[in-house]
Design a protein around this ligand. Structure first.
Ligand code: PLP
Length: 378
């Protein structure tokens, strides 16, 4: 037995911390923006049948090109996207890793705009890509001018935009993507993990793909699609970008079981997405109710709400945890983030938050000692 610091690990990984959102078995798990609605039973049955058929063939390696899955994903995305423009992997995290393996790496830079999805920096570090932190406007907004100015100044090899942004929920218009693309010398990736929750009249960056061969748009089945446990993420881009990603993936990276499960689930897309409008309505309820409790919610077009004016986020986090609710403290002073789920989850969360008193202070003191702490940091 030794310790991490004594191992001959890469110097640039020394002192780093891994992704670590707490996984605790509480009744109200509202901390990692999953779809809290379970997979409908008829879909589950079809997925199991599809996986059962695939199992009979697992003596052979899976289709390295995941042809059927790419066809299904292209059809799901629409926008005239062809299967040759699709890449997929075990979660969009792995997709992003492939992107940085191919286009980032030692001696190259990735510009992002924090606060943003914590894995963007972690994947940069894992691939030896230098993370450059850009700046946002007030209230975590990002205007085309602010973004494009920094891209023009810094000339990064890769830019990551997050639309809508996690953890703040901030919408990001295609005008920003367009301005960044025009200013960027290299790859521009738009992480659209929460795109299905955007208002219906807000266009996706997918609409910008024609004629922009350096633009990549990543998506996931983990959020709106209620398939987080299956680990399926994907992106759409020019077919030449897909060729680049083939150079860095491990052969057969998507198992036959994953492919079979995802194809079956995609055949039920309307059922799997049936809850999206309900979830968006719960998000809007949270945004409307939080000010009445003395908090300041930020506008969100995702399936979560980021809110400020929390006196002591750690104490509020612990007090809610003691009441069977897990939310997220992303380490931004006086803020917390909560996932929008079912109406019942919203009711309970708001009820318990109200019971803590203004700013979360009163109940925080009451509740903090009631349960075992899981640590609130991401
Ligand atoms: C912005 C963003 N991108 C990507 C992901 C990763 O999703 P996946 O489960 O597809 O790896 C998340 C997960 O929380 C996310 O918030």
């Amino acid at each position: 037995m030794t310790s991490l610091s004594e191992l001959p690990i890469r110097d640039d990984l020394r002192g780093k911390t891994p992704y670590g959102a707490p996984q605790a078995s509480v009744r109200y798990q509202l901390n990692v923006n999953e779809n809290t609605h379970p997979v409908p039973e008829d879909v589950a049955r079809h997925v199991v049948e599809s996986v059962a058929r695939a199992v009979l063939g697992v003596n052979r390696y899976p289709d390295r090109e995941f042809t059927e899955l790419r066809e299904h994903l292209a059809a799901y995305l629409g926008h005239g996207i062809a299967p040759e423009q699709i890449w997929a992997a075990n979660g969009s995290n792995e997709v992003l890793q492939h992107v940085l393996q191919a286009f980032g790496g030692p001696g190259r830079t990735l510009l992002g705009f924090p606060p943003t999805y914590s894995m963007h920096t972690i994947i940069a570090s894992g691939t030896g890509t230098q993370w450059v932190a850009g700046e946002r406007d007030a209230d975590f907004e990002l205007s085309p001018e602010t973004a494009a100015r920094q891209v023009a100044e810094l000339q990064p090899d890769v830019v990551f935009l997050c639309a809508p942004n996690n953890p703040t929920g901030t919408p990001l218009g295609v005008d920003v993507v367009q301005a960044v693309y025009d200013a960027a010398p290299g790859i521009v990736l738009v992480d659209e993990a929460y795109a299905e929750f955007m208002p219906k009249d807000q266009p996706s960056a997918l609409s910008l793909l024609p004629g922009r061969e350096r633009l990549l748009v990543s998506r996931t089945m983990s959020k709106a699609f209620a398939f987080a446990g299956a680990r399926v993420g994907y992106l759409a881009a020019d077919p030449a970008v897909i060729d680049a990603l083939r150079l860095v993936r491990l052969p057969y990276h998507l198992s036959a079981l994953t492919q079979a499960a995802a194809v079956a689930a995609l055949e039920h897309a309307p059922t799997m997405l049936a809850m999206v409008d309900d979830i968006a309505a719960q998000r809007d309820r949270l945004v409307a109710a939080l000010p009445e409790l003395g908090y300041r919610p930020y506008p969100s077009s995702a399936n979560f709400v980021f809110f400020g004016d929390v006196d002591d986020p750690n104490a509020t986090f612990e007090a809610l945890f003691a009441r069977d609710i897990l939310i997220r403290d992303v380490g931004i002073p006086n803020t917390l983030r909560v996932t929008a789920g079912t109406a019942q989850e919203t009711d309970y969360f708001l009820e318990q938050l109200a019971a803590l008193g203004a700013g979360g202070a009163h109940g925080a003191a009451d509740g903090a000692g009631d349960g075992a702490s899981v640590g609130s940091q991401a």
